[in-house]
Design a protein around this ligand. Structure first.
Ligand SMILES: Cc1cc2nc3c(=O)[nH]c(=O)nc-3n(C[C@H](O)[C@H](O)[C@H](O)COP(=O)(O)OP(=O)(O)OC[C@H]3O[C@@H](n4cnc5c(N)ncnc54)[C@H](O)[C@@H]3O)c2cc1C
Length: 302
């Protein structure tokens, strides 16, 4: 089906916004990637259901993106539809006792700050992770010895048939940076079980976590840690031991400050970053016989 027709049909199915030919650079923290054929910004869960159903009928690939902080989108862009939960309807928060219900599109830092203001503890050790609630649950984001699944109770999502589903935390199969039970699903809402605590203490923890990041992580355009830690060894130290710290390819560079970060120096293409990742993997394998597995997700076409 022609692109024009698809976008028109998508508009009929969505009371939110539909855009065509959008550069994905603007939607990832690494600032690389080609164009997406269609970008849909649904205005409610009904829109999400209808868009997924339409995609199924028209055999149109779809992809949900949070704030793109764990993504490398290839230079050929994305064929099909990108769905963004950036409408305020997906960024709401509701508190009942110690249970926090929150939209999948809300930035994690906003949730944590809001919880602090209400004296609710449970996620503050994850302060500084620049993802959305949906993206963080899908990636089982973690920091300082804590992962998001530990506080999660339930997830409301739209499945690949375009139907609403509520999943219990235990039904999801969380692992290191993965959530098997959420593949091909769009998280529109989540519930967390928090604990009442002192706002000052929560605030202090948040400050310590943010400061720790500022000291150890480089600024600039990145996707956070590029590789998963392996067999209890930090990927950063393996990269450093293999002498790959600071190496460059095109516009991409392995950070001098944190070896598990690749920085886009401004003009990197996705292919530069992917090539540099391969070089790092090769170097670590040749020197240390350890296979580094990417933590970032690489999507799209060449
Ligand atoms: C500077 C920096 C520091 C970082 N530090 C950490 C860290 O300490 N710990 C850590 O774990 N990660 C870290 N990250 C990586 C990243 O922030 C996390 O992986 C985060 O969970 C990604 O969220 P996102 O919304 O950006 O998701 P995206 O990168 O947009 O997407 C990641 C995956 O989640 C899926 N997804 C997104 N939204 C939804 C949704 N609503 N429903 C279902 N699936 C969805 C996408 O399809 C994709 O598969 C860091 C990144 C940066 C740039």
């Amino acid at each position: 089906m022609k692109k024009r027709m698809l976008a028109d049909i998508a508009k009929e199915h969505c009371s939110g916004k539909i855009f065509e030919n959008i550069s994905m650079k603007l939607y990832t923290t690494m600032h690389v990637g080609g164009f997406a054929q269609i970008v849909a910004v649904p205005a409610g869960f009904e829109d999400v259901c209808k868009l997924v159903q339409l995609a199924g009928q028209e055999k149109l690939p779809w992809y949900i993106i949070g704030c793109g902080s764990n993504l490398i989108i290839k230079d050929g862009g994305i064929e099909g539809m990108v769905i963004l939960l950036s409408d305020p309807v997906f960024c709401k928060m509701h508190v009942s006792g110690n249970i926090v219900r929150v939209g999948g599109g809300l930035f994690l830092w906003k949730l944590i700050d809001n919880m602090r203001d209400r004296g609710l503890s449970g996620l503050e050790l994850l302060s500084g992770i620049p993802g959305t609630v949906g993206g963080c649950i899908r990636m089982n984001a973690g920091a300082n010895g804590k992962t998001i699944d530990e506080t999660l109770l339930t997830v409301k999502c739209v499945n690949s048939k375009g139907e609403l589903e509520v999943l219990d935390q235990k039904a999801i199969s969380f692992d290191y940076r993965s959530a098997q039970g959420l593949v091909d699903k769009i998280i529109i809402e989540a519930e967390f079980a928090c604990a009442h605590s002192d706002t000052g203490n929560i605030s202090q923890t948040i400050s310590i976590c943010r400061l720790k990041r500022r000291k150890s992580q480089p600024g600039g355009l990145s996707a956070g840690c590029i590789f998963k830690n392996s067999e209890g060894l930090s990927a950063g130290s393996l990269i450093e031991l293999a002498g790959m710290k600071g190496i460059e390819y095109g516009g991409a560079k392995v950070s001098e400050r944190h070896s598990n970060f690749i920085i886009n120096r401004g003009d990197a293409k996705a292919s530069d970053i992917i090539k540099l990742m391969e070089k790092v993997q090769e170097g670590v394998w040749n020197k240390l016989k350890v296979k580094l597995e990417p933590e970032v997700l690489i999507i799209g076409r060449d």
